[in-house]
Design a protein around this ligand. Sequence first.
Ligand code: DC
Length: 232
Amino acid sequence: MTLVIAMDGPSGSGKSSVSKGVARALGLRYLDTGAMYRAVTWWMLREGVKVEDPAAVAARAGEPDLRCGTDPDDPAISVGDTDVSRPIRTPEVTGAVSAVAAVPEVRERLVALQREIIGIGGIVVEGRDIGTVVAPDAPVKIYLTASPEVRARRRSKELSGATVSATQADMARRDRLDSTRKADPLTRAADAVEVDTTSLALPEVISEIVQIAKGADAGASVREALSSEERP
Ligand code: DC
């Protein structure tokens, strides 16, 4: 497998900006798996599926036709021919996505699709279960964290009009749902490197992860060279 960087962590930890920055710096592709769960949620809401009913969501989980781009400068996502990159960020979708992402049939389908897109690698993949479930063999696993206050401040800047305290309460609710669900909960992989972004500027986080990735890549080449020397 060529380089796969698994980037997990809760919302507001800086995953998206960091993942895109690392992909650009290393010339890798980029996949936002949260956008995929959001796109399925958008489709369920449009179809009038009761998202709080797991059986209703499971019954239709195979239907939405997702298409995901992997360009860090233009992370496009569509359902069929509809570009959903903006509508998946609305409060309606944000409020419903944890319930949809907790349904095992949705996860099974999206994990299979994610593995297909990852293919032989050369990609930064951001999400909640990348290092634990989607790509457990990824040579680089990062777990991003930040204090709840900083995460809420970053998110409320993105969502115009939302106060920091309301955002913090909503994030705590989603974190609780995402980390306590039965199917693939948000957890740090035992072999992930934890990077706390609370007091780091974006370029600092990016350069720290680029260094980790370069070290892992160099390590892999050395191991490959050693094992080919051992071959008869
Ligand atoms: O990163 P985000 O906020 O766009 O993610 C949206 C939701 O999708 C979030 O509530 C958790 C869920 N998610 C998931 O369950 N597994 C992933 N790999 C990515 C996101």
